[in-house]
Design a protein around this ligand. Structure first.
Ligand code: SAH
Length: 257
């Protein structure tokens, strides 16, 4: 690869490690990222960080560790992103249709390609990895637009966390180098926090209207997340939906009790 590659988009991809237990894996992830030209590492509630094992495994990538952002929750780590993919070694019931590693990387890259419209927002995206022992929780995956799987031996498909990060960073670098990726549309995509605000509003209205039983909320809300996750909602579309919900919340539409 030569230095003329359009690698700037890689700087707008966050690698997010959700609740990593082993600091060595955090260091390995930093090294994996730097070798492929990624720099933005975000850690959600790491068990041990900073830690000498992380620095030892990062080797020449201690700068990536030093710039790592530490967050308390995954939602916080995803602030400002317009597309989020979650790495999972297992198929999940209620998740959106999964992508293989190569397709997932290409889709993330397409979302961070520079767009034609002058002054359009620069999109940021995230790729989320789960904790070593248990992987991503279903609630974590619900914050992702789609799950991504690395094709592996079906009898033993769980890679070491650092290895999974290495492989995906390599795929992202390849995707950045491939010509002809269509840039995403000029429309401003909704950010993760706008989508979360919409889902919270939708749940409130669903409960207040009597449509949703608040003692059994999870499955329906996961189905609705899956539905809206399949389309890339734009900022203006979320405003329309929120406007509709606000109207429905007015007293004359409320359930008579
Ligand atoms: N034991 C966990 C996997 C932990 S591996 C489980 O069964 O889910 C740590 C993380 O690396 C996973 O959460 C996932 O984000 C990533 N990972 C490992 N192997 C993967 C694979 N084959 N496909 C996608 N992600 C994988």
């Amino acid at each position: 690869m030569n230095s003329a590659l359009p690698l700037e988009p890689l700087a707008r991809i966050r690698i997010v490690l959700s609740r990593p237990s082993h600091p060595g894996n955090i260091g390995a992830a930093a090294r994996a990222m730097k070798t492929m030209g990624l720099t933005r590492l975000t850690l959600v509630a790491p068990k041990l960080f900073p830690h000498p094992d992380a620095e030892a495994r990062a080797s020449g990538a201690v700068d990536v560790l030093a710039q790592a952002v530490v967050c308390a929750t995954l939602a916080e780590a995803l602030t400002g992103t317009v597309l989020v993919a979650g790495m999972s070694a297992r198929r999940r019931d209620l998740a959106a249709p999964f992508r293989w590693a190569r397709e997932g990387a290409a889709e993330l890259l397409a979302a961070v390609q520079p767009r034609s419209q002058q002054g359009a927002r620069m999109n940021e995206v995230a790729l989320v990895f789960g904790t070593e022992a248990a992987g991503l929780s279903n609630d974590d995956l619900a914050l992702c637009h789609f799950p991504v799987m690395i094709p592996a031996n079906p009898e033993y498909s769980s890679l070491n966390l650092g290895s999974a990060v290495q492989l995906m960073c390599y795929e992202l670098r390849l995707a950045a180098a491939s010509p002809g990726l269509p840039p995403s549309s000029d429309a401003d995509l909704a950010t993760t926090e706008e989508i979360e605000g919409f889902h919270e509003h939708l749940e409130r209205v669903a409960v207040a209207s009597g449509f949703l039983d608040p003692t059994q909320p999870k499955r329906l809300m996961h189905r609705l997340r899956r539905l809206f996750g399949r389309v890339r909602l734009e900022h203006d579309e979320v405003s329309i939906l929120r406007g509709l919900l606000t109207t429905v919340e007015k007293p004359k539409y409320r359930k008579k009790s």
